[in-house]
Design a binder for this molecule. Sequence first.
Ligand code: AMP
Ligand code: GLY
Length: 425
Amino acid sequence: MNVLVIGSGGREHALCWKLSQNPRVSRILAAPGNGGTAQVAQNVPLKDDDINGLIALAKAEAVGLVVVGPEAPLVAGMADACAREGIPCFGPSAFAARLEGSKAFAKTIMREAGVPTAGFGVFDDVEAAREYVRAHGAPLVVKADGLAAGKGVVVAKTVEEALEAIDDMMVKKSFGAAGATVVVEDALIGEEASFLAFCDGERFALLPSAQDHKAVFDGDQGPNTGGMGAYSPAPVLPQEQYAATAELCIRPILKRLAELGHPFKGVLYAGLMFTKSGPMVLEYNVRFGDPECQPLLMRLDGDLLDIMFACAEGRLDPAMARVRPETALCVVLAAPGYPASYPKGMAITGLAEADALPDVKVFQAGTKIQDGKPVTSGGRVLGVTALGATLAEAKAKAYAAVAKVHFEGRHFRRDIGDKGIARAK
Ligand code: AMP
Ligand code: GLY
């Protein structure tokens, strides 16, 4: 069978790598892919939101399953286009993808479904938004409604900061149409974790907990990034609590979307905060997280192709998502300057040496092959991932592999996993 994987990040390299382990997969196409996907797939230079081009490719290459990595094509209707053509697709419809594409929609569905989340208001009028901020007082969180590449959230410690964020989004239109509507919500305090589930519209199969590291520097300092590292499981959400947590944040959403006539098929990602009064949902994503996908797929023992088909066809068995008991940890190596502007085209060395270490896999993100050799082509360049018997062992193995890989000016966090290690003590 031919499979088309859409996207170009470390997540998509991990998806291609895992799918390639199924002997029924004859060929994987990655659009547009990267230097890592090129090892196991054929890269096709199509943008991830070129829905017509992607559908034409899927038809021409007799693709039997389309796997959508990022959110933009889902929000733009890739799964709906596949459905019209009768091509099985792993990923939700545009309607269900609004859980990520519109924060106001997500909050409304959460309220309707009874999911615990921060108190909030939704505004498309700037004066009403200002009034709410003045009446509530700080701290508050201001969120652009639409997709803003992870940058549309401001945690405001003062009323002035919140007003400035509103001005930025609604008046200066820093995020374009994405900021025409804003959500203003109560600031919550606690440790964060990600909880993901494969969903077939009705049933779900839980993945183990994971934790991302969004800030660029050690100790959660500096601006937010797409994610500088991740590990699974996250001790803040232990296995004994998975079932109860799913009843809180996965099942009610699936039930509500099914009631609305738009069952959710794909990966549902709940971004949770563990507050003093219990877990609360900060956001939903409608896809794997990047980099959380890399450690999660390192641990997945079940067959990814079978799971994705079962989701697409509405016959998921929760037992399919078996995972290895080990911990997996991923360290992101970024280009100098990231998350601000950064140079491209630096030669990468030591990939094969790092990959050859036991229990290590280097997933590539912002890379491409130039004159037969890997060079950097993005901000997040590599996700060096390792399995270990404990979190501390996974960390040691991942950083030992990091030491083998080089490109000019690379930077990375040295404290990936430390919160979990501290909690486990
Ligand atoms: P989101 O894209 O909604 O997950 O927000 C991005 C980040 O902003 C989260 O990972 C949190 O660190 C922070 N954040 C979002 N909502 C809240 C909230 N209500 N209280 C405190 N921090 C928040
Ligand atoms: N790592 C967080 C995300 O993919 O949204």
